[in-house]
Structure formats: C-alpha cells, structure tokens
Design a protein around this ligand. Sequence first.
Ligand code: HEM
Length: 495
Amino acid sequence: MFVLIIELLLLGVVLLATLYYTFLLPPRYPNNIPAVPFWVALIPFFKDVDQSDIFRRYIQQPLQTHGAVKLFFGAQWNILVHKPAYLAEIFKNEDVYQKSGNQKKIPHSVLAQFLGDNIISSHGDAWRNYQSVVKPGLQGNFDTDRIAHNALQLCELLKESQRIAGTKGVSVQELLQRYSVANCSEVILQTNLNALDSASAPINVLQSAVKREIFKPIFMNFPLLDRLPFPSRVRARQMVNRFKNELRRALVNSQKHCQASGLATLTDGLGRRMLDAKNSGMWNEKQLLDNLTVAFVAGQENPQLCMISTLYLLAMHPEAQEKLYAEIQNKQLDRTSPDPDAFQDMPFLTAVIYESLRLFPPIGQLVNRKASEDVLLGGSIAIPKGTYLGYNCYSTNRDPAAWGPTADSFEPGRWGDSMVAIQKHYRLRRARAEFISFHGGRRACLGEKFAVLQMRITLVTLIRAFSWSLDPSWVDRKTPVQTLGSFATPRPSSC
Ligand code: HEM
C-alpha cells in the first residue's frame, strides 16, 4: 500500500512537471524581456480583485521598464507590448503582425462561437471582403435626432429610477446598457430591438445572460475547458445562438417593414449592407451572423463603457463638470435636433471625451495578432514566428515617458484649449501610438466617428439635465466599469 502511494505521488509529480514544462514555462525567446509569472493569471480564481490591481501590482512595472513582457493568458504565452514606438511598428506592419482572433487561436471556445470570423479579427482577403461591406456603412452621416431622442428618454428613465431609489444613488449601468443598445441597433444597424422601451426586451435579457456566461475568468484563461461538455457551457452555447439569431431576426424584420412601407432610407446603412452581402452570395450565413454580432458588440459595448467612465470622471471632478456645463449652456443646442456642426466648436467637451478615453480605454487589453515570420521588434526583441502579440491600452495611454508625471491624472486641458489645437494634438498622439484607444494604422476603429458623436450628444444631454456625483456607499474600483452608483441631481429646467 505504502509503495502504491509513493508511486501515485511520483506519477502526480511527473504529470505536474510535464504540464509545467509543456504549457507554463515561459518561452526562451525573446530572451531580453521578462516574463510575468504564470500564476498571476490564476489570481482571479482565488480572490475577488480588480483586474487593474493585478495589472499595477505584477505587470505594469516590468511592462513599462522593458516596453514588452511575456504574459500567460488564454492558456498560452504571449508578448504584451507597451512601448508606443513598438506599437506604431506593429500597426504599420500589418502583414508581419497579422490579426488572428479567437476563431484561429481557440476555435473550440464559446468565445470563438460568439464572435466567429469577423472584420476585427480577420486578416488578408477575408478582412478586405468584410471591410468593403462594413466601412461605407460606418462612414456616412448618422441620425443625430434619433440619438438625441434616446438621450432624452434616458433622462426620463433616470428620473424615474431616482424617484424609486429615494435618497439612495441610482445605478446607471443597466440604463446605459439599454441606451447604447438602442443607439447601436437603431442608428448603426437601422433596426429596432426595443431596448430602451422595455427592460425585458429579448435583447436585454439575452445580452446580460451572454455577458455573464462568456467572460468567466476560468474559461478565458483556460479555454481548453470549453472542450468539455459542462452543463453551464452547453447552456452558454445555446444562449450565444439565441443571441445571434435575435439580432438577425430583428434586422430582417426591420428591412421587410421598411420595404412594405415604402421607406427607402436604409440603402446605405450598415444593417442593409450586411443583408445585401448575404443575399448577393458575397457572404454566407455564418459570415453574416458573425459580423452582425461583432458590429453589435463593438458598437454597443465600447460606447457604454466610455459613457460610464466619463460620468465617473466628471463625478470625481466637479470643477470639470461645471466647466462642461457652462460650455453646454453657452451653446444653446437644440434638445431634440442638435446640429452636429455645433459640436465642432465645443473644445472642452471634446477634450473631456479624449481624456476619458485615454484614462479608461474601453478595450483595455487585447491579444489578437500573430507573427507571420521571425521578426525583430524595435530592432532588438526577437519574436519567433507564430508568437501571439497584444497590447495593453491602459498602460500605453498612461505611459509616463509620453504623458509626463501627470499621466495618471484626469486633465482635459492637456489636449489644448481650442478645437484646432486639440485635433492637432490628438492626431499627433495617435500617429505616435501614444493614444491607442481606437487602435491605429489600417486596422483603426471604423466606428470612431459614430462613437464620438454619440458621446457628445449623450454628455450634452446628461450634463444639462443632471449634476452628477458618486454615491458615497459605492465602493470605488480603479476601473469604474462594474457598476456606477451615481447621484444624478436634476438641474433646474432640465430635460
Ligand atoms: C468608444 C468607442 C469605441 C472604442 C474605444 C473602439 C475601439 C476599437 C479598437 C481598439 C479596435 C481595434 C481592435 C483590435 O485591436 O483588434 C476597434 C476596431 C473596430 N471597431 Fe471600434 N471602438 C469603439 C466603437 C465602435 C463602434 C461604435 C463601432 C461600430 C460598429 C466600431 C466598429 C469597429 C470595427 C468595424 C473595427 C474593426 C476595424 C478593422 O479591423 O478594420 N467600434 N475598435
């Protein structure tokens, strides 16, 4: 019996050692950048910690010192890049550092089933094909009246929540989600999902369920587990299919409705363009569903996160909020039909949005590029062919070498005082990859124009209607994305 136990123990040790050497030992190359210990990826399983706490404690210092580190994430070793000059090089050399998303990296995962093969994570001919459909759908003019209408409805819903909450703060997370779903579906995809009208609209229920199921840290770090038929993962897959089909159903119905009522307004819209691509045989059914899903997720989730962070920052900085309020009052914009050109002369509003995007980029970290050949990054870091690379936007956007000692502070004034100065500064920071919230180069975000426009209308409406402060009972997190308890005090003569 004793011998058997010893043998089993030895076997266990050999198995663990094999596992460690096969998967967990940092790769030897590149040999001039450090590796973050693999167990850092395990911390979220044992402790409820803010991701940015982990980042500050274990990753930030080596990342900023060396410009890049080896990081264990998604069950493999990757290179996480921080230094702006390296990122500028990566964005420029699109064919060497090729996009390679979850559909390639972890094709069996629930995440890959959710986002599939899409415009953001594809490369080469597939990307060119997707881009030819999507880009024109995101370049035109957007229905500003519709966004303004939704923003006013959001104000009414906030007031109603506040009436129910009494003296307690209002959690704005759920309402901002419904509001950004409404804007994305109605203005970008030209369909109606009733997200703002009804909390129990299928899209709201499905989206919350999908988010809960998909982004569980254990499956994000060890997607291998998605090969096993855990009942919760089987449910997650069903949920994903229902979500994608709901988007498709709504889109097809809206198009039919428009055709039946003789409305020809949708020809250039993204929703219509995607359906046309499918109907003409350019896309198959899966390509339609995958690109529709990614357009919805990118077009809804990122603006929602940006709204939350900006309200958080304005609540933390009442002087900036009052300065913004004064600029808005000065402009006297029409509440229901704001003139988009008028925003071109609102420097503080623009600076607040850029500064919020700098400090709290909605896409904090992404690892979705793969070296197509052996390559020297920055002339010194030897990246072997097949290595995955990514960036930490949060870190690069706060690089002290680029942004100085106040890199971590909210200072909208750093962007400049006039629109001309702000836009010049913005272009420069982007060209140098010191501000990468919208990525850069050929693969820069295609929804930036819509995102900034929506942020402008939303802030103008919400700051004009309420003064914002943080609920004192809210536990502050360094990334204010989980939930934001706010006191939204109606201003006199608000919406
Ligand atoms: C504040 C809001 C937004 C932020 C911060 C943001 C950020 C980004 C980032 C970082 C990327 C590159 C991702 C990567 O590295 O692979 C990206 C790509 C993209 N974004 Fe956005 N995004 C926002 C809003 C939107 C909106 C509203 C849409 C509209 C559907 C959109 C559509 C896209 C598309 C289509 C791409 C892929 C571009 C390509 O690879 O050709 N984004 N976005």
